[in-house]
Design a protein around this ligand. Structure first.
Ligand code: HEC
Length: 151
C-alpha cells in the first residue's frame, strides 16, 4: 500500500474513534457527581442542606470532636470538608455508603448513626449531593479524590 493511502486510513480511523468516543460521552449524559457540572452542584446544595447538614454541618464541618466516640460507642459525624476523610474515598464507595449505610462496609454488628438513604433519595440526588460536596474542595483535593476514583 502506498504511504499516502496508509496515512489516509490512519487519519480516518483516528477520526472515527474520536467521533465514537464523543458519541459515547454525549449519549451517557453528564458524569455523575461531577463538581464541574453547575447543574448538579446547584441541585445538590439544597439536598445537602435538607438531608445531611443537621449532622455533617452547614459548612461541612462535621460534629465537634468527631474522632472521639460518643458515650454510646458510636462515632460522631465527620466533616466533609478537607479536614475530614470523605475525599480519601472513591466515588463508588461514597455513593454506596450514602445509599446503603455504613454498616455494610464495617465488621458485623457495627452500629452507626449514619442513615441509609435508599428509598429516600434517588441515585441522581445522591450524585448531586456528592457533586456539591466536591465543589467545595480546592482543586488539588478534587484531583486527588478523582484519582482515587479512577483506580
Ligand atoms: C443523623 C446524623 C447523620 C445524617 C443526617 C447524615 N449523616 Fe453521614 N454520617 C453520620 C455519622 C455519625 C457518620 C460516621 C459513621 C461511622 O463511621 O460510624 C457518617 C458518615 C458519613 C460518610 C462516611 C464518612 C466520610 O466522610 O467518608 C459519608 C460519605 C456521609 N456520612 C455522607 C452523608 C450524606 C451525603 C448525608 C446526607 C444525604 C449524610 N451523611 C447524613 C451521621 C449522619
Amino acid at each position: 500500500m502506498p504511504g499516502r493511502a496508509r496515512w489516509l486510513i490512519a487519519c480516518l480511523t483516528a477520526g472515527l474513534m474520536a467521533l465514537a468516543a464523543a458519541a459515547v460521552v454525549y449519549l451517557q449524559g453528564p458524569v455523575p457527581g461531577d463538581p464541574a457540572d453547575p447543574a448538579q452542584v446547584l441541585a445538590g446544595r439544597p439536598l445537602y442542606a435538607a438531608n445531611c447538614a443537621s449532622c455533617h454541618g452547614n459548612g461541612l464541618q462535621g460534629q465537634p470532636d468527631w474522632r472521639a466516640r460518643l458515650p454510646n460507642g458510636r462515632l460522631p459525624a465527620p466533616p466533609h470538608d478537607v479536614s475530614g476523610h470523605t475525599w480519601h474515598h472513591p466515588d463508588r464507595q461514597l455513593f454506596d455508603m450514602i445509599k446503603f449505610g455504613i454498616e455494610r462496609f464495617a465488621p458485623r454488628g457495627y452500629e452507626s448513626d449514619m442513615p441509609a438513604y435508599e428509598g429516600k433519595l434517588t441515585d441522581t440526588q445522591i450524585w448531586a449531593i456528592l457533586a456539591f460536596i466536591k465543589s467545595t474542595w480546592p482543586p488539588e483535593i478534587r484531583d486527588r479524590q478523582a484519582e482515587t476514583s479512577r483506580r
